[in-house]
Design a binder for this molecule. Structure first.
Ligand SMILES: [Zn+2]
Length: 451
C-alpha cells in the first residue's frame, strides 16, 4: 500500500542520505501513516497474541500485537528508561528484565489466562526462561513468569525492529504515561483550527516566526514548538524533554470535561494530574479547581467524608498482599441480569478491590467468589474480616474457613466503621455508579445488563 521502497533501499549505515523528491514523498507518507488514525487496535480474547521485547543500554522496549482477521494489529507499545542499578546490568540480564517488566507489569492485564508467543532478540533470554540454572533474581523472575503461559521464540535483533527501536528511545522512567501510546485524537483538526483562532497561540506563533532573536524570543522558542501542526509547550521533567499540547481557550472546557466527567468524577488532585500528563495552559490549576468545585454531578452525589474518617477503624497495614481481606455486601436496585448486590473484597495491603455482582447473599455464593476471585489467583488469606451478616456467620462458612485455617474476624453488630476499608470503598463505588446513572440514564440499561 505504501511506497516505502525508496526509503528502505538505503540500508547501509555509512550511506549519506540524500532524498530525492520521490524518496522524500515516500518518507512523508510513511510518517503520516504511522501517526494517523487508527494506529492501535483493541485487545481481543483468544486470538494469536505476541509479545516482543528488547533491551539496550538506554532502556527497555516492548510491543503487544495480535492477529485480527488475518492481519497483524498493534495493541500497545511500551518503553521505559533504565533505573540506576539496571545501568550496571549485563546485556543478558537486561533482556530478562525487559521480558519480566513487559509480561508481569506492562501487559499483565492482557496476558493473564492468555496463551501467547514471546519474541526476544537474545538467545539467552529464551534459554533462561526454559532452563532453571538461575541466580536468585532470575529465580524470582521465573517464579513470576510461571503464572503466564507462553512460548519463547528467538528472533535476531535486526528483525526485532519495533521493540529494538522502543528500547533505544525510551520514555522517562517516572513519566506517568510510560506507554508510548500513539494518541488517537479524533479532534486533531478542530484543535488545530482552535489554536489558530486563539489570541494567545497567535502571539506565540508570531514570536516563533520572529527572526530577531532577543532573549525573550529565544525563551519562547525554547518553551514552545509545533509538532504535527499542533502547538506544544516544552518542559524538562526528570532530565527528559516532555511536550504537552497547548490548549486554546475555547477547548479548555472540553479538556476539563474529558479529564473529570468522562473518567469517573474524581477529585481536584486526580483530575489535575490527568490534565497535566498531556495538556498545558497557564491557569490549569485554578480552572481545574473551579471546574471540580462547580461540577453539578459531584455536588448532587458527593457526601462529606471528613467527619467520618475519625470514626473509621484503623488496622495495621499487612506486608503481604491478600493476607488480610475485608468483605461486604452492597445493595443495588435489581439489574436486568437479576443481580441486586455487589460482593466486595478488598486487600488491606494493596487496597485492591474486587467487586462481583451477585443475586444473593448466600454462603455458597460467598465461598464461590472467594475461591474464584481471591484464593485461585492470590493464595489463601490469613485473616478474613466481615460483618455479622447471617451468610458470614453460618456454620457452613465457619467450617470452610476452618478447613483452610483462615482466621475470621467479625465486626461488632451495628459498627460498620470497624470494617472501615471496605465501607469506604463501598462509598466510592456508590458515588461512581450514582454519577454514571445520573449523567447517562439511557446507558443504565446497558450497564445493568453488564452488572
Ligand atoms: Zn464531577
Amino acid at each position: 500500500m505504501l511506497k516505502n521502497k525508496p526509503v528502505s533501499s538505503k540500508k547501509s549505515s555509512n550511506y549519506k542520505i540524500q532524498l530525492s523528491d520521490d524518496e522524500h514523498h515516500a518518507f512523508v507518507k510513511l510518517k503520516s501513516a504511522i501517526t494517523s488514525n487508527p494506529v492501535l487496535a483493541a485487545f481481543r480474547q483468544n486470538v494469536p497474541t505476541t509479545v516482543e521485547t528488547d533491551a539496550s543500554h538506554e532502556g527497555l522496549g516492548a510491543c503487544l500485537s495480535q492477529i485480527h482477521d488475518g492481519s497483524i494489529c498493534i495493541i500497545e507499545y511500551a518503553s521505559r528508561s533504565l533505573k540506576d542499578p539496571e545501568k550496571r546490568y549485563h546485556s543478558n540480564e537486561l533482556e530478562v528484565t525487559a521480558v519480566h517488566w513487559a509480561i508481569t507489569e506492562k501487559f499483565r492485564l492482557y496476558l493473564v489466562g492468555q496463551t501467547f508467543k514471546l519474541i526476544t532478540d537474545n538467545y539467552s533470554t529464551a534459554y533462561i526462561v526454559n532452563k532453571a540454572k538461575l541466580n536468585r533474581k532470575f529465580a524470582r523472575y521465573v517464579v513470576d513468569l510461571a503464572a503466564f503461559e507462553f512460548e519463547p521464540i528467538y528472533r535476531a535483533g535486526k528483525l526485532n525492529i519495533i521493540a529494538d527501536h522502543l528500547s533505544r528511545y525510551p520514555q522517562p522512567v517516572n513519566d506517568e504515561n510510560q506507554c508510548c501510546l500513539a494518541i488517537i485524537n479524533s479532534q486533531n483538526d478542530k484543535l488545530v483550527h482552535a489554536q489558530q483562532a486563539d489570541s494567545f497561540c497567535q502571539q506565540i506563533n508570531k514570536k516563533l516566526k520572529n527572526t530577531n532573536n532577543t532573549v525573550h524570543i529565544l525563551q519562547i522558542k525554547c518553551m514552545y514548538k509545533y509538532e504535527n501542526n499542533i502547538l506544544v509547550h516544552v518542559n524538562i521533567e526528570n532530565g527528559f524533554e516532555v511536550s504537552k499540547i497547548v490548549i486554546p481557550f475555547s477547548f479548555r472546557n472540553t479538556v476539563l470535561q474529558y479529564c473529570h466527567d468522562n473518567t469517573g468524577h474524581f477529585d481536584n488532585k486526580k483530575t489535575l494530574s490527568r490534565i497535566k500528563a498531556r495538556y498545558w495552559w497557564s491557569s490549569t490549576r485554578k480552572d481545574c479547581a473551579l471546574y471540580v468545585r462547580g461540577c453539578k454531578t459531584c455536588q448532587q452525589v458527593n457526601r462529606r467524608t471528613t467527619s467520618a474518617y475519625g470514626m473509621l477503624g484503623e488496622r495495621p497495614i499487612p506486608e503481604v498482599p491478600f493476607e488480610v481481606i475485608s468483605a461486604d455486601h452492597l445493595s443495588l436496585p435489581t439489574t436486568k441480569a437479576g443481580n441486586c448486590y455487589i460482593l466486595a473484597h478488598i486487600c488491606h495491603a494493596t487496597r485492591f478491590l474486587l467487586a462481583r455482582p451477585t443475586c444473593t447473599t448466600a454462603t455458597d455464593d460467598i465461598i464461590h467468589t472467594l475461591e474464584n476471585d481471591i484464593i485461585n489467583h492470590y493464595g489463601l488469606p490469613v485473616t478474613y474480616i466481615s460483618d455479622n451478616g447471617s451468610s458470614f456467620t453460618s456454620s457452613k462458612f465457619k467450617l470452610y474457613l476452618e478447613k483452610y485455617e483462615i482466621q475470621h474476624s467479625l465486626c461488632p453488630p451495628y459498627t460498620p466503621q470497624a470494617n472501615g476499608l471496605v465501607e469506604r470503598s463501598n462509598a466510592t463505588m456508590i458515588s461512581v455508579l450514582s454519577k454514571f446513572s445520573l449523567e447517562h440514564p439511557q446507558m443504565i440499561g446497558t450497564l445493568s445488563y453488564q452488572i
